[in-house]
Structures are given as C-alpha cells and as structure tokens.
Design a protein around this ligand. Sequence first.
Ligand SMILES: Cc1ncc(COP(=O)(O)O)c(C=O)c1O
Length: 403
Amino acid sequence: MARLPHLSSRLQGFGTTIFAEMSALAVQTGALNLGQGFPDSDGPVEVSEAAVEAIRGGQNQYPPGPGIASLREAVAEHQQRFWGMTLDPETEVLITAGATEALAAALLALCETGDEVIAFDPTYDSYAAGVAMAGARLRGVLLRPPAATASDAGSRITSEPFSFDPDELRRAFNPKTRLILVNTPHNPTGKVFTEAELDLIAELCVEHDVLAVTDEVYEHLVFDGRRHRLLAQRPGMAERTITVSSGGKTFSFTGWKVGWAVGPAPLVAAVRTAKQFLTYVNGAPFQPAIAAGLRLGDDYFERFRADLEAKRDLLTRQLAKAGFAVMVPEGTYFITTDIRPLGFDDGIEFCLQLPERAGVVAVPSAVFYQDQRDGLPLVRFCFAKADDFLLDAGQRLIDALTR
Ligand SMILES: Cc1ncc(COP(=O)(O)O)c(C=O)c1O
C-alpha cells in the first residue's frame, strides 16, 4: 500500500481498505452486496420504539460517562441470564461506542509502547489498527482452514472448523506479551472456540501473567446446538479478562454503535480512563433502547439464532452449487469459501471481477490476514440478508460460474 503523506508512521499501511473499493464497485455495477457485515433489515420494533420514545422523552444530552444505569444493569442481567456471569453494574460494566471503541480503549489503556498483543490470524480489521495506535505489536497465530477444503478432496462442503497449532500459540507467548485478543465466534472464519481451546489459552495467560480481551459481538449466533463459551470463565481468567460485546449484531442495529466492556473493576476502570477521552459518551437515546433489547425474552434470541442458521444453510447450498468449496461456519453471519475448485487462486482478483462477472460482491479473506498469502484463495460471504436476496445472489453465482 502506498505511503500516505501526513499520516503518522504508526498508521501507515492502514490507509484505504478493499472495502471502499468493493462498495464503490457494488454501486457502479448494481451488484448484490454480500460483502459487508450488516443485516438488510431492522431489528425488533420494541427496540426501535424505545429509541423513538427516548428521543421524544428528552434523553438527548450527554449520558453519564460509564453509560446510563439502566443499560449497565441490563448488560449485567444479560451476562447473568445467558452466561452465568455475575457483575456489579456500578464498577464492572462500561458502555462504549460499539465494540470497536471498547477494543480500542482496552488496547490504549492496557498496552505500553513495544508490548506484544497476540491475536488469531485472520483478524477483524480494527485489531491491527488498534494495536498500532497503542504503539504495540500484533503477533498472529494462524487459524488454518480445514484440510479437506484446502485440497478439495471431493466434497464441496465441510463442517470441520478452522484450527490452530497449540505449539504455535505456546511459542507466541514471550516476556513482551501484554495481552491476547480472542474473538469467538470468530470473524471472518466462523470458528467458535471450544472449551479445550479456551482452557489452553487460559493456562498460557496465567503462566505468563498475560491479560485477555475478548470480542463476543456474535455471542448469540452460535449454531448446531453448540454453546458460546467465555474465556473470562476459564480457570484463573476472571481477574485478567475484559469481555467485549455490543448490541449491533444481536439486535440488527449496527449503526447505533452501543457496546460494552465488562470485567473486574480495576481493569474496567483502566478501560474507562481511555474511553472517556475517545468519545466520552455516545448514543444517549439508543442506550435505553439497547437495554430494552437485552431484556427481551429468550424467544427473541432463539428465533434470531434459528433464522440466521437457516440463512447459513441456504447460502451454503447455493455456494456449493456454484462450485465453491464451502467451510460451514459454527457461528457469526459469514461463510468462508475456497475458490480453487472453480479454477481460481487469487481471492482479491476474483472479488474485484465478481461484480462484473456475476453481479455479486464478496470480500477477499486475504485482507483480514497479516500476510495476505495465508488467505489468498479464500472469499467471505455475509448471509445476514433476506432469503430472496440470498437466493438471487446464489443463482447469479451459479449462472456465472457454472457456465
Ligand atoms: C468481530 C467483530 N468485532 C467488532 C465488530 C464491530 O462491532 P461494533 O459495530 O459494535 O463496533 C464487528 C463488526 O463487524 C466484528 O465483526
């Protein structure tokens, strides 16, 4: 990537992303956008009505720095109800401008210049930038695609998860390691970390006295009867983990940017210190609305999960018919595919041509890797879209790629 004038050395390389290019292509060509990770319909009306009511009711000025009390209480209730985690809403819950700000504030608050931050590679794109802004260094531990897909051994659909080499993880911990970032369910791979994997991470964090920050924005999108597990609840981790999530994905209001960081009071106080000078506060009328969302009955969360699981299955079938090797995600709303069975091997080139060729936009997974070569033949599709839209996009891919 070309050097940008004026930009600090810390942020060189983070100039423009392929997302801008892909979105421009989508607009130019009128292609169906399965690239970006957002749903194409609004979330529950009880939640949007609560926001309208809050605006009309005058909740429009700066809310308290840590977030309004009713949302902090709702986050604490939610963590207790779904995950059995007990929190003091006064000192152990911080409301943030989406998960993105919580992650950035945690990195800025907890890292010294020169510290190392471990993250599973590929990563959500804000991690590398957040680590760089904190003056730290990202150390990736590779998540490898399932072997059957890598070699295309017959079946076009595999339910095997991405996996990492435990020894590579062990080797990543060193005296400079300050913290590990763990995203489960994981974007872009759809991996849901198992109890055994989290136990290994916990063991290493305790052994090396390393902190953890988790990103759990897809906590309610875990499929096939699996359970979402929290690193904070593994042995020795409660006192060293900040757990981050947000209302964007769970309630399909990604533009509201209401998130949270929870954990032990001293860690939350550190994150709050950085957060107060980033945005101070945000989204006053959206805070009571997300509180209402978090208090919806279990049926809402169950329906949300089941709907997305059905959409995953629909798009999986279409992508396999079009000739992709499909890695069925265990969670999130993204499917990773391998384009090699289609006779291509460069996902970036493939995605740049796809709007013209098929009228569909997808994202090359390579952009999420520290070394793009590690994910070059992989392409990510988002399935948080209406069924008709998914069917249409699937048919376009089948028509264009199987001719
Ligand atoms: C893994 C992951 N973390 C964080 C975010 C951003 O969350 P928010 O919109 O709450 O900042 C996303 C959004 O796509 C994501 O995929």
